[in-house]
Design a protein around this ligand. Structure first.
Ligand SMILES: Nc1nc2c(ncn2[C@@H]2O[C@H](COP(=O)(O)OP(=O)(O)O)[C@@H](O)[C@H]2O)c(=O)[nH]1
Ligand SMILES: [Mg+2]
Ligand SMILES: [Zn+2]
Length: 362
């Protein structure tokens, strides 16, 4: 679950020739079956393309296709489709576009099945529904500085749980290695070994010195990635090192939109044009606060990968691994098979779930 998927999950955004129609994995656009070409003759001579939605304003969607960007509207019945999400089409969605020959704009006629989605609870009148921030995320990276701002492993574990709940492969970037004092080095080495043992990819970088940037490029290339971390961790600097201009742009957008306007802002994807294999990085307003974990207390253990092995051996099937007798997880902590710090994180998140709100944010 933790390791990154094979490349390329995202088609290169280079000037490759237009792709042929490949909407065989598309699900129907709505409850009404798609009209066949015969029933709608005007459809037959229209070009269909597959694209990735890179931005949305609510009524227009920019779709990145192999043949370039296409401004698109959604078919009415697509938008009316009943959904438990507030936005049926999200950034990151793979869509089939029908191109109008007159002006080159598109109509989104189908949304392809999603591999996963980063979502948060919708607010206001739509509370209870979920808002899709980004769909089809290949990797979510937690970026933390080894110091300045202070490293917080507790936040890291919340992030990893959230990624797991959303079925998004996750990894960790420890940045600002150039600032590490001997005691920081020791601490980070311990954390690095701990998470690497759990199969989370761990990268060490100094964005300002350029150390580790090649590994970051390699990790981002050909994938749709999300970078998340506390303000000041070096996300923008790191993205600039990958592709000049990229971090500046994302920084400018998120700084303006991050505060208190989460419900009205939309995420955008930025193409990694400078990498041969392409890829996208999501600029996601409100990413600092992913939202709230929707989990029952006895489900939390499933998202601590190293607990998994022991869960079947607990005496009670709904064991929450804190107070119950005969708990195999607690035994494993005692034996040193599960790291104490991870167990502490687990107990902290469990406590917030019981209080009703386990927030994930930096
Ligand atoms: N020493 C050092 N400073 C860094 C590094 N990466 C970023 N910074 C600095 O940390 C500050 C915050 O970086 P920024 O990229 O804006 O962080 P963001 O809020 O995560 O986007 C800036 O002053 C950067 O120059 C690094 O690897 N080493
Ligand atoms: Mg920034
Ligand atoms: Zn247990």
């Amino acid at each position: 679950m933790a390791s990154l998927p094979e490349k390329p999950a995202v088609p290169p955004v280079s000037n490759a020739p237009p792709a042929t129609d490949e909407n065989t994995d598309a699900r129907p656009a709505g409850p009404v079956p798609e009209a066949s070409a015969g029933a709608d003759a005007s459809n037959a001579d229209r070009e269909h393309r597959t694209g990735t939605v890179v931005s949305s304003t609510g009524s227009w969607y920019e779709g990145q296709t192999a043949g370039g960007l296409v401004s698109s509207k959604a078919r009415g019945k697509l938008r009316l489709r009943e959904e438990d999400t507030t936005n049926p089409i999200a950034v990151g969605d793979r869509v089939t576009l029908r191109i109008a020959p007159e002006d080159g704009t598109g109509y989104i006629t189908a949304i392809h099945d999603r591999s996963n989605a980063l979502t948060r609870r919708a607010a206001g009148s739509r509370a209870g529904q979920r808002h899709v921030i980004v769909a089809n995320v290949d990797a979510a990276w937690a970026v933390q500085a080894v110091r300045r701002p202070k490293l917080n492993p507790g936040f890291l574990d919340r992030f990893l749980v959230m990624a797991g709940v959303c079925k998004i492969p996750a990894g960790i970037i420890f940045n600002k290695t150039d600032l590490a004092r001997p005691e920081d080095k020791e601490r980070v080495a311990t954390l690095r070994a701990l998470y690497a043992d759990l199969d989370y990819p761990v990268l060490m970088t100094s964005a300002t010195e350029g150390d580790g940037v090649e590994a970051v490029k390699d990790a981002l290339e050909g994938r749709l990635s999300v970078l998340s971390g506390p303000s000041g961790a070096g996300k923008s600097t790191l993205l600039n090192a990958v592709q000049p201009g990229l971090g500046l742009r994302t920084g400018a957008v998120s700084d303006k939109t991050n505060k208190g306007r989460h419900t009205t802002t939309h995420a955008a994807l930025y193409p990694l044009e400078s990498l041969d294999g392409g890829g996208f990085v999501a600029d996601t307003p409100g990413i600092r606060e992913f939202g709230i974990l929707d989990l029952e207390p006895d489900e939390l253990g499933h998202f601590f990968v190293e607990f998994f092995h022991y869960l079947d051996d607990c005496k009670f099937p709904d064991c929450t691994h804190d107070h119950e007798p005969g708990c195999a997880v607690k035994d494993a902590v005692q034996d040193g098979a599960i790291h104490e710090q991870r167990y502490e994180s687990y107990l902290n998140i469990l406590a917030s779930l019981r209080e009703g709100e386990a927030r994930v944010g930096w």
